[in-house]
Ligand binder design. Structure first.
Ligand code: 16G
Ligand code: ZN
Length: 534
């Protein structure tokens, strides 16, 4: 067998004995064993586009918060969503075909099975983060795309959410759902304009220090700032950890994952007590806030806090606009959400909470079923999505007073400000700033809304993590048999106890989470459950 596909695949041979999986965030591993995967992903992207009659499909080359020597790739569906599950399986199968002949045969088999006309145009958008391996891996994807005869738009460096934005814009251009102009400038214009309108002349207090994890978010934020209103009128932003010239510094002692995991600010941060700070991750799809309180104690405002802040604000604005009867807000969390956050949403905000398994796609799907779905993982991944019916209700609504109109204007601006295609650290950050400005809050007021239950997260290395099977949004184990009953027994021994164990989707380990009324009880519970899991 020969032909362009066989040739492209032969150029990037698969390492022996490795098995790849398209996991919760695509393929992700050490960059030096990814060449063959990237070429095969190019082929799958072209097939996926053809299966959707030539709609644009996105390919993002990134390993997010992973160390600099890692890399990865994920595919983006036409409206900016994560890849459909069926195609995750196809991607995994394709990545594990070793010989070029098998790859080519599988390519044609999939085309036959899904009745994909290989003459249909295939359109694919690619972008990458700032990792040193990115250029080489881009070449591997390109070889796959070229071999499959796809039309390619290469945007160079983008944040992951910017790539999702481009895909959605390209597929909605010239339709009634047009999302924006598919250029970097279009992105900055859209979000900066919405920010200005949403602020309604209010000025966020103090300044904001943004740690960019030495990743692609740094230069992109610097660009965005050029489009924002001048600092005298709106927000003063200090950009730190934006060194992309030294790719080995990516995510090292900085970034959202470092801050959330270590519960401390990046050592490079010079922010003083009470100064508002936030950290993006390596591809800028995650954000967490934090500050030092008056006693110089580090205080984290994580994804749970962003969700509660935003849900309460949107709830207020929708009520003030007179739309509370027709639009219901819901919050989607995972089992990692702090019990105090869940209680605050249910009992104080009186909103519905759904719990889903870990991973953005699960939260996104659950949020799609709501009028307004506010979804965030505690680690800072998240966004807000508005259903089509809700958008129509809002568009048609005629306010009955100046107060209603004012609130309605804010809701409109928030819809534009929130990246509807995927969680976007830059857009989420601007949204938080808008809410704080409207509430006239600093980080301390935000923190005071509720008190987190002390908690502990442990990573347990086990022989075979696949035996850990869960139910009830990962909150209960069904296998190994009997283990859940033992965990329940330990949970009952502490006050306000809650604990669960689940196999990680990104590492070869089981994660154990525990929370309780006191730090000592939470830590003790986590340790006991970890012992049971071992
Ligand atoms: C991936 C997920 C993230 C999730 C994390 C959990 C996406 C884009 N990313 O990074 O949402 O929190 O996995 O990792 O879905 P774990 O399974 O190792 O705990
Ligand atoms: Zn990320």
């Amino acid at each position: 067998m020969s032909g362009p596909i066989v040739e492209a695949v032969q150029k990037h041979p698969a390492p022996e004995g490795l098995i790849y999986t398209y996991g919760t965030a695509g393929f992700r591993t050490k960059a030096d064993v990814l060449d063959s995967v990237l070429t095969r992903v190019g082929l799958v992207a072209a097939l996926r586009s053809r299966s959707l009659k030539g709609k644009w499909i996105g390919v993002m080359i990134t390993a997010s918060h992973n160390p600099p020597e890692d890399n990865g790739v994920k595919l983006v569906e036409p409206l900016g969503n994560m890849l459909q599950e069926e195609w995750e399986v196809i991607s995994t199968d394709m990545a594990n075909k070793v010989s070029a002949e098998h790859v080519s045969k599988f390519y044609h088999d999939i085309a036959a099975q899904y009745r994909i006309d290989l003459e249909t145009p295939a359109r694919v958008v690619v972008a990458r983060d700032t990792r040193a391996s990115g250029a080489r891996l881009l070449g591997c994807v390109m070889d796959g795309l070229k071999a499959a005869g796809a039309e390619v738009k290469d945007y160079g460096f983008l944040t992951t959410p910017q790539l999702h934005y481009m895909v959605r814009c390209l597929n909605t251009e010239d339709t009634k759902d047009a999302y924006g102009t598919p250029t970097e400038n279009g992105y900055y214009e859209k979000f900066s304009h919405a920010f200005k309108v949403a602020l309604k002349g209010k000025k966020p207090s103090g300044s904001l220090t943004v740690d960019c994890a030495n990743g692609v978010g740094g230069p992109k934020l610097t660009e965005l700032i050029k489009h924002l209103p001048p600092k005298e009128e709106a927000l003063e932003i200090f950009v730190i950890n934006d060194n992309v010239i030294k790719p080995e510094s990516l995510n090292v002692e900085c970034g959202a994952d470092y801050v959330k995991t270590n519960q401390r600010a990046p050592p490079s941060s010079k922010a003083g007590a009470g100064d508002r700070c936030c950290s993006l991750d390596g591809d800028a799809d995650r954000v967490v806030y934090y500050f030092k309180d008056m006693n110089n104690v580090f205080r984290l405002l994580d994804g749970d806090r962003i969700a509660t802040l935003v849900a309460s604000f949107l709830g207020d604005q929708i009520r003030q606009a007179g739309l509370a009867d027709s639009i219901k807000i819901g919050v989607v969390q995972t089992a990692y959400a702090n019990g105090a956050a869940t209680q605050y949403v249910e009992q104080h905000l009186k909103l519905k909470v759904d719990c889903t398994p870990t991973g953005v796609k699960h939260l996104h799907h659950a949020a799609e079923k709501l009028d307004v779905g506010v979804y965030f993982e505690a680690n800072g991944h998240g966004t807000v999505i508005f259903s089509d019916d809700t958008l129509e209700t809002i568009a048609k609504y005629e306010p009955k007073s100046p107060g209603q109109k004012e609130a309605l204007d804010v809701v409109h601006a928030c819809i534009d400000l929130i990246n509807q295609s995927v969680g976007d650290a830059l857009s989420d950050m601007l949204l938080v700033e808008v809410v704080l400005a409207h509430k006239n809050w600093g980080p301390q007021e935000w923190l005071s809304t509720y008190t987190d239950l002390p908690n502990r997260l442990l990573k347990v290395i086990v022989n075979d993590r696949k035996i850990f099977k869960t139910t009830d949004a990962e909150r209960r184990l069904v296998s190994p048999e009997g283990l859940q009953a033992q965990i329940d027994k330990e949970v009952q021994k502490v006050r306000q106890g809650r604990s669960f164990a689940r196999a990680s989707g990104t590492e070869d380990a089981v994660r154990v989470y525990a929370e309780a009324a006191t730090k000592a009880e939470a830590e003790d519970l986590a340790r006991k459950v970890a012992e049971l899991v071992k």
